[in-house]
Design a binder for this molecule. Structure first.
Ligand SMILES: C[S@@+](CC[C@H](N)C(=O)[O-])C[C@H]1O[C@@H](n2cnc3c(N)ncnc32)[C@H](O)[C@@H]1O
Length: 279
């Protein structure tokens, strides 16, 4: 059983992503972003008891990895021929997932391993603190949509190049780009601080700035963007704000309700957000 709530051409669906993927048209998404459970071995609970999802896996990797692989294979066929998948994990499983994705997309499908580095939270006294997540970007094409100029960032204030450019041995002078410098594969971005306006209390909610960068870089206005573990709906809010079409789903009713509220409150959507059933 899958519950769907619609907002014009965009859709929010409640259901296991495996089932949801089986209902969707092949080759329709320019970008699919997935932020599944990370195998933390805990129930993830947000600011209220009902904002929670279970990340405990009996059998650990032996249960989790086949679960993930089945779902990655299911969404692969939903991508356009030049579409991109971004899979967001951390140190626990990203290395296994990368090998898995090589198998699904072929090794040539690997584009980038993006390190999202953040600060904040506790510090370990027994090892280096784990302060990054990994975003694996794969595509069915060698030349997927990539709007690098849309996500340029200001040069560092200390950059000599930014101040005066550089003169090569040949005598040619290179000047800084007034639009800023292209982003590389290590992204320094804070996690959502506890008092930030965008925090809605959903556990492991990702920052809008992170999803805004992913969507701007890897899709064009009007493209369809999917997130089948959408949680609080961060991807959907960013996609709506950036003029992309979107389809979001989550197995949890609380997540889908939370995402619907955000789409109403942050994007001003007023469409029919009451649940209807499909499948
Ligand atoms: C890491 S959270 C996503 C957080 C989200 N990116 C955000 O910014 O709020 C993982 C989500 O995956 C969902 N999930 C777990 N198993 C699922 C499944 N089989 N199908 C769809 N969603 C699932 C959980 O309910 C949870 O909301």
């Amino acid at each position: 059983m899958v519950d769907e709530i619609g907002a014009g051409v965009n859709k929010l669906i409640r259901g296991d992503m495996l089932h949801v993927a089986s209902l969707l048209a092949p080759e329709s998404f320019r970008l699919i972003y997935l932020d599944p459970p990370f195998l933390t071995g805990r129930e993830q609970v947000g600011s209220q008891a009902h904002l929670a999802y279970d990340d405990r896996w009996e059998g650990n990797l032996d249960t989790y990895l086949p679960w993930l692989e089945e779902r990655l294979r299911a969404v692969y066929g939903l991508l356009l021929a030049d579409g991109s998948l971004v899979l967001h994990l951390d140190w626990r499983t990203s290395h296994y997932a990368r090998v898995m994705l090589d198998g699904i997309f072929g090794r040539q499908g690997f584009i980038n391993e993006i390190i999202w580095h953040y600060t904040g939270g506790g510090r370990s006294k027994t090892r280096f603190s784990c302060k990054h997540d990994t975003l694996l970007w794969y595509s069915r094409s060698r030349r997927p949509v990539f709007n690098i100029d849309a996500i340029r960032v200001p040069y560092k204030k200390t950059s000599g190049y930014a101040k005066a450019g550089i003169v090569a041995a040949s005598g040619r002078r290179y000047l800084p780009d007034p639009r800023g410098t292209p982003v590389d594969d290590v992204w320094d971005m804070p996690i959502i601080n506890p008092l930030a306006n965008e925090r809605v209390g959903y556990p492991t909610q990702k920052p809008l700035a992170l999803l805004t960068r992913v969507i701007e870089a890897l899709s064009n206005p009007g493209d369809l963007v999917g997130d089948f573990c959408c949680g609080s709906g961060t991807t959907l809010v960013a996609a709506q704000t950036l003029g992309r079409r979107w389809l979001g789903s989550d197995v949890s009713a609380a997540a889908v309700d939370c995402a619907a509220s955000r789409l109403r409150d942050e994007c001003g959507l007023t469409g029919n957000l009451s649940a209807e059933k499909i499948g």
